[in-house]
Write a protein that binds this ligand. Structure first.
Ligand SMILES: Cc1cc2nc3c(=O)[nH]c(=O)nc-3n(C[C@H](O)[C@H](O)[C@H](O)COP(=O)(O)O)c2cc1C
Length: 201
């Protein structure tokens, strides 16, 4: 089949996200204006540079900006926490669309821990967390009526790795059971890995 997304796909469900898989899950802690915590997952998320290390996430256009995008811009900082198999249900619970100011860490009974360089806390049970300084937001207008997609970029200025998540100095995503998003309601757990060296390296 061939389709132009702006004209619809004619399938029961939009296949777009299932065609870009597996997607890593950015699990963001941010601070609301009143200092309370906000937690939410985003799978339009990735690392885009390593010097300096930069990550981004994209908040879909809706009536109003999603809390994570707004908080990151307003506070100038945010934290990404890796999601493991053991944390999957809690991660999912934090995706509930609740009023701004509702602390999803309480909904999901998540313990938070302080960061080193910024005020925003990290998720204590995550095997690794990135402390990020907000850089800028790129707005991509929607085809529809809603507000723009907001692509939030941040420089990773501090990285926490739990000591027991390092084996002989290496972080092993398979051993940590890092999860990723597939299409529809499907997820993958890191596994089935293989090694392949680039030519000349
Ligand atoms: C695994 C997963 C990935 C998600 N990825 C995105 C995403 O990339 N962009 C987005 O706008 N919403 C995404 N969502 C939905 C948001 O998590 C949801 O809208 C949430 O309420 C946003 O919270 P916030 O307003 O506190 O930032 C995702 C949900 C789940 C469960």
């Amino acid at each position: 089949m061939f389709y132009e997304p702006k004209n619809g796909h004619g399938l029961p469900r939009d296949p777009f996200k299932a065609l870009v898989t597996p997607r890593p899950i950015g699990w963001f802690t941010t601070l609301n204006q009143d200092g309370s915590n906000n937690v939410a997952p985003y799978s339009y998320f990735n690392a885009v540079a390593d010097d300096p290390p930069v990550i981004f996430f994209s908040a879909g256009g809706s009536g109003q900006a999603k809390d994570s995008a707004r908080n990151a811009a307003e506070q100038g900082e945010f934290v990404h926490n890796l999601v493991t198999w053991d944390l999957r249900e809690k991660m999912n619970a934090t995706s509930e669309e609740v009023d701004p100011g509702v602390d999803e860490s309480k909904l999901a009974e998540l313990e938070l821990a302080p960061c080193e360089l910024i005020k925003t806390p990290r998720i204590a049970a995550s095997p690794a967390s990135f402390e990020c300084r907000y850089m800028h937001t790129l707005e991509i207008p929607q085809n529809g009526d809603g507000g723009p997609n907001l692509l939030v970029f941040g420089e990773v200025i501090g990285i926490h790795i739990r000591d027991d998540a390092l084996e002989e100095g290496r972080f092993d995503p398979e051993a940590q059971k890092i999860i990723a998003r597939l299409g529809y309601a499907n997820y993958a757990v890191a596994g089935g890995t293989f090694r392949m060296l680039r030519p000349g390296l």
